[in-house]
Unconditional design. Structure first.
Ligand code: HXC
Ligand code: NAP
Length: 297
């Protein structure tokens, strides 16, 4: 999963000032693994208190230990199934009890796997929708009620995907759910803006993680369909690049950004969209004869 083609130290370097998130408490759902772990670790480095949640407490506790050792910050690990509103409410109450208040929510938890849609059971379709859409809605609802009641200018950051707006075959439940989260992002940005609550989203392209790659590119599919070949920059994303953007969007430095979805994919989705983009396969020397032909037309 290493990103061999990268030659840019900025991509692996923290961007914000050391104390950019000092005093803030941030909840990261799905924070025990993958991108949630990477973003949470950077929030800690910037001075935040962190709450990480998912279904597996053993995974969370191991990650919390590693994060605290690496950053010196404080991490609360709470088992919470985002599909269950009671779980979410209890997780919020516990977070407030330990840290005094909560300032930001990163809706990062997700479920996904590739499958032709006609092979899915109704339960399989719901399994993904429930984690991604219902889970993000449950957490946003609980935090929104709390922030409005307490007059806290909170911030919600939703991790979606670029196929939330393009759609994608073979991951239809995920596309439907992420599309719903995008609609929720723009809707709440307007509705809760008057309470000082900002709602934004990030649409990442490929950022290799164990959880995603095992379910989306199992076995030799990772070589056969190497995602970096789909990206104009010819590389996948570095976790720190995503963490830099996420930290900016939950920080007060992005205080006037509300209802925005920021794509971070090296140009991947646009490459798939442009009518003539596949012409990059034409060798340079062929363009002389092509030019002659088009001039004759
Ligand atoms: C077909 C499947 C299936 C598969 C499960 N099911 N896996 N059907 N193909 N590969 C079916 C089951 O048979 C069952 O239906 C239903 O789905 C629910 O399965 P469970 O295992 O009971 O569900 P659950 O324990 O809730 O697990 C949810 C999960 C699992 C989504 C299936 O993969 C999970 O826990 N994922 C969490 C982490 C994750 O997915 N990370 C990747 C995010 S990546 P029946 O009818 O038999 O009861 C991502 C990246 C996007 O989002 C963009 C990348 C570029
Ligand atoms: P990951 O490591 O598998 O992360 C998913 C997390 O969600 C896990 O920690 C999982 O923990 C948690 N989760 C699943 N179901 C849950 C539930 N019901 N309640 C609470 N937590 C639950 O995969 P990732 O690649 O880091 O993905 C993180 C986010 O980035 C997702 O939103 C994904 O859609 C998005 N994304 C990833 C990529 C990419 O290239 N990796 C691209 C675009 C978008 P438990 O199993 O312990 O519950």
């Amino acid at each position: 999963m290493s990103n061999t083609s990268i030659n840019n130290t900025a991509a692996t370097t923290g961007m914000l000032k050391d104390d950019a998130l000092k005093g803030k408490t941030i909840i990261v759902t799905g924070g025990g693994t993958g991108l949630g772990k990477a973003m949470g670790t950077y929030f800690l480095k910037l001075g935040a208190n962190l709450v990480i949640t998912s279904r597996k407490l053993d995974v969370l506790e191991k990650t919390a230990g590693e994060m605290e050792a690496e950053t010196g910050g404080k991490v609360l690990a709470i088992a919470c199934d985002v599909r269950n509103y009671d779980d979410v409410q209890q997780m919020l109450q516990q977070s407030v009890k330990v840290f005094g208040r909560v300032d930001a929510l990163l809706n990062n938890a997700a479920g996904n796997f590739i499958s032709p849609t006609e092979r899915l059971s109704a339960n399989a379709f719901s399994a993904v929708i429930d984690i991604v859409l219902k889970g993000s809605a449950n957490c946003s609802l609980a935090l929104g009620k709390y922030w409005i009641a307490e007059k806290i200018p909170g911030s919600i950051l939703n991790i979606i995907t670029t196929y939330a707006f393009t759609g994608s075959a073979y991951v239809v439940p995920s596309a439907c759910a992420k599309g719903g989260v995008l609609a929720m992002t723009r809707s709440l940005a307007v509705e809760w803006g008057r309470h000082g609550i900002r709602t934004n989203a990030i649409a990442p392209g490929p950022f290799p993680t164990k959880g995603a790659w095992e379910r989306l590119l199992p076995g030799d599919m990772a070589q056969k369909f190497d995602f970096k070949n789909r990206v104009p920059l010819k590389r996948v994303g570095e976790h720190q690049e995503l963490a830099n953007l996420a930290a900016f969007l939950v920080s007060d430095f992005s205080g006037y950004i509300n209802g925005e979805v920021i794509t971070i994919d090296g140009g991947e989705w646009l490459q798939g969209a442009g009518q003539f983009n596949a012409f990059e396969m034409i060798p340079g020397e062929m363009w002389d004869s092509i030019e002659q032909a088009t001039r004759k037309a």
